[in-house]
Design a protein around this ligand. Structure first.
Ligand code: OAD
Length: 250
């Protein structure tokens, strides 16, 4: 792949890289994205499934949907995008991986410094006493899980519409965006805020911002470059380039 001279120079000098990933990065593993013709929000209504009131009104329905998604995510494997980001982490002094994905695939692939902005579908907690649980045998019996400590309703540890992001996680992501030399935005439509504000913050603070996506997005006009194509092909090529420019520079 022919990267621009500017991008190669940025890679050569990069000491701090921040990456924001979205559902497109897991698409090649077989996890459906949210938007677009094949996206989940074409078939399912977020107002019925992904907000707190919907959960209180119909926990059975919400849990049925999450049990299905948990099953899908458990049965897929990290793809070359996830693996490339594991390698990228080893090649620069400071690396922060910020993800909107709840599928745990970055951690399963081996990435260390992962900031999960929208939670993680593998975790659940009690809405009353906030005790975390991984033990969800109730789901196998198609029942709504209840807290073992207090009997309260257990919910997936994901951020729903209308909810705030985990403050500390977002602060760390914002700080990494402010301090990085290079910000990569991969496989996200960049329409959900505040996650979508991170590349803009990075650019304001002087980082070079590169988007990797199958198509142009609302963000494209505000990046330095958009590289069109599959993240599973482009991210490994970026890592290859990073490795060779670093080797040549040393
Ligand atoms: P979207 O479904 O909105 O966008 C996925 C993006 O990935 C699109 O821009 C696609 O063009 C792109 N894409 C698909 N396959 C790709 C591939 N193989 N390589 C590169 N790009 C590809 O997903 P997100 O941007 O992650 O929030 O959505 C953001 C948030 O909206 C999600 O975290 C979720 C959702 O509502 C919550 O659940 C809070």
């Amino acid at each position: 792949m022919n990267f621009s001279d500017k991008f190669r120079a940025v890679l050569r000098n990069a000491e701090s890289i921040c990456v924001l990933t979205g559902a497109g990065v897991s698409a090649e593993s077989g996890v459906p994205t949210f938007r677009g013709a094949e996206g989940l929000w074409q078939k399912f209504k977020p107002e019925e499934l992904a907000n707190f009131d919907a959960f209180i009104n119909n926990p059975e329905l919400v849990w049925e949907w999450y049990a299905y998604r948990k099953q899908v995510m458990k049965n897929v494997q990290p793809n070359p995008s996830h693996l490339a980001l594991v390698d990228m982490e080893r090649l620069v002094r400071t690396f922060t991986l910020v993800t909107q994905n709840v599928d745990n695939l970055h951690t399963r692939a081996g990435s260390k410094n992962v900031l999960e902005l929208h939670g993680n579908i593998e975790r659940s907690y009690c809405i009353d006493c906030h005790t975390y649980t991984d033990d969800l045998e109730a789901l196998a019996e198609r029942k709504v899980p209840r807290c073992k400590s207090c009997g309260g309703l257990v919910r997936p540890d994901v951020v729903w519409f209308g909810e705030v992001l985990p403050a500390e996680v977002f602060q760390k992501a914002a700080k990494a965006s402010e301090k990085c030399d290079l910000f990569l935005c991969a496989g996200t439509s960049a329409v959900v805020y505040p996650a979508a504000s991170l590349p803009l913050t990075a650019r304001e603070r002087g980082a070079y911002v590169v988007e990797i996506n199958r198509e142009y997005t609302d963000l494209s006009l505000r990046t330095h470059e958009t590289i069109l194509g599959n993240a599973g092909e482009i991210l490994p090529e970026i890592v290859h380039e990073l490795q060779s420019v670093k080797e040549r520079a040393s």
